[in-house]
Design a protein around this ligand. Structure first.
Ligand code: URP
Ligand code: ZN
Length: 456
């Protein structure tokens, strides 16, 4: 089977080039100024931008929080992902206490059956001991080379000593580990203070976790990683103060990778005074316009590595399980479909980042750090034919009504976006044509190799 993408503008981190792309049996066969070989399928990409398929570094599909399960599972979540131009998601397989990483991995493989985009798993761990340490090598042998640790959540949190030991052990096996950075003791104390003042509504959520709560935890992680002599990776960075701590660590010579999310770039904490404020309850919370501005500048300056959505969707009825109390409301929001359009609109169109930076932030950097490059994240001969074609002339308005998410709300409801996803190929198969889903279930597990630590 041969597919030819003709007349497109190919966007890569190193630059922009007008080129044709020939795909054969799921792989990129040739990239050249003009390809005239016959093909079974021809896609005319005149006037459109052709990217290596986008990679979402942070999703939570089918995650059981105990009180409730996320609204999107892999079938609905990955359907929305491909419609939004994402060809690979890295979801967090979650090892609950009393279970093994192998249990979590087996379970996540089952959950992911029927996915419409490719998927890999970071392993989120909830405890650190000799047994878990022994499992890391077994995860690597099964294509899982990245891990996550939480400084928060009673059921998940690790203490600083455990994080230090885990970082050392994982690094010795060429793995990377991301950390959710918030000071849990302080945020709990602040929740207690706010509750005792009767401030329980969503408006109090950002007050319980002010910028310093993230910045202190980021600073602590930087020092833990420095002592462990390992790289550090901060997941969903949301504050300018957290960014400053990373700058200090990098200035000391530390190797730090940074993820942020669209919600921390385009939404702010005034959302918590809206009538449907529960839908914005997430951790970390939405911040101030000054934080958004600093993170956008940091993207333009090459300080941010990749953008994940932290897609963790709940219906409004699930959000209501908190009874209107912010500290009891399930945390998380929907967004896996909207990331490329938001980054194009609020990053590229506003001049904060260039198109090549968009390619790096949405695909290439993640492919490198998470052991998928150059099979993914690259429009190179021999790479997997995961391709996203973006029509910059398109226009849209984000709404939960038109999103394919299985979710009756969107934090981005009513926001205007420039450009639209035109065509998407996963492993050489057309899954989206002219904005419409034409094939489901084309996704495959991505067996990942050692991290390519490009900031080392
Ligand atoms: O509020 C969020 N982000 N929920 C998802 C879990 C996490 O902390 O990443
Ligand atoms: Zn998350």
């Amino acid at each position: 089977m041969r597919t030819l993408i003709q007349n497109g503008t190919v966007v890569r981190s190193e630059g922009i080039q007008r080129a044709d792309i020939l795909i054969e049996n799921g792989f990129i066969k040739r990239v050249a100024t003009s390809i005239t070989q016959p093909a079974d399928e021809v896609i005319d990409a005149e006037g459109k931008l052709v990217f290596a398929g986008f990679i979402d570094t942070h999703t939570h599909f089918d995650l059981d929080l105990g009180v409730t399960i996320t609204a999107d599972n892999f079938v609905t979540g990955t359907r929305a992902a491909v419609l939004g131009g994402t060809t690979t998601v890295l979801d967090f397989a979650t090892q609950d206490r009393g279970t093994t990483m192998q249990d979590a991995l087996d379970l996540w493989h089952k959950k992911a059956e029927g996915s419409s985009c490719n998927y890999g798993f970071h392993m989120a761990i909830s405890e650190w001991n000799g047994e878990r340490a022994a499992e890391v090598e077994r995860m690597v042998a099964q294509g899982v080379t990245s891990f996550k640790m939480y400084m928060v959540y009673d059921a998940m949190r690790l203490n600083d000593g455990e994080i230090y030991a885990a970082l050392k052990h994982m690094n010795a096996l060429n793995c990377v580990a991301g950390v959710h950075c918030e000071n849990y003791d302080i945020l709990n104390e602040r929740i207690h203070e706010l509750n005792s003042e009767g401030r329980r509504s969503p408006a109090a959520h950002p007050l319980s976790r002010p910028n310093e709560v993230e910045a202190e935890a980021v600073a602590r992680l930087m020092r833990i990683a420095q002592l462990a002599k390992t790289p550090a990776w901060v997941v969903h960075l949301s504050t300018k103060e957290g960014l400053d701590e990373v700058r200090r660590a990098r200035a000391r010579g530390q190797e730090v990778y940074l993820e942020t999310c669209p919600q921390y770039l385009v939404l702010d904490d005034t959302c918590y005074s809206q009538p449907d404020a529960e839908k914005f309850i997430m951790s970390p919370p939405l911040r101030k316009p000054a934080d958004e501005d600093r993170l956008l500048s940091a993207m333009g300056d090459g300080e941010i590595d990749f953008i994940g959505t932290d897609h963790c969707s709940f219906m409004m009825s699930q959000k209501a399980l908190g009874g209107g109390e912010f500290s009891k409301t399930p945390n998380g929001c929907a967004g896996v479909q909207n990331r490329p359009q938001l980054i194009y609109t609020y990053g590229v169109k506003t001049g904060r980042i260039t198109l090549p930076q968009m390619a790096a932030l949405l695909s290439e950097n993640a492919a490198r750090l998470f052991g998928m490059y150059p099979h993914k994240g690259a429009l190179l001969e021999g790479a997997d034919a995961d391709v996203t074609i973006y029509d910059p002339e398109g226009r849209g308005v984000i709404s939960y009504k038109t999103n394919a998410h299985h979710c009756d709300n969107s934090p981005y409801e009513g926001m205007k976006v420039s450009g639209r996803i035109s065509d998407v190929l996963v492993g050489g198969a057309s899954v989206v044509r002219d904005g419409k889903l034409v094939r489901e279930g084309a996704g495959r597990f991505v067996f990942r190799r050692a991290a390519q630590r490009y900031r080392a």
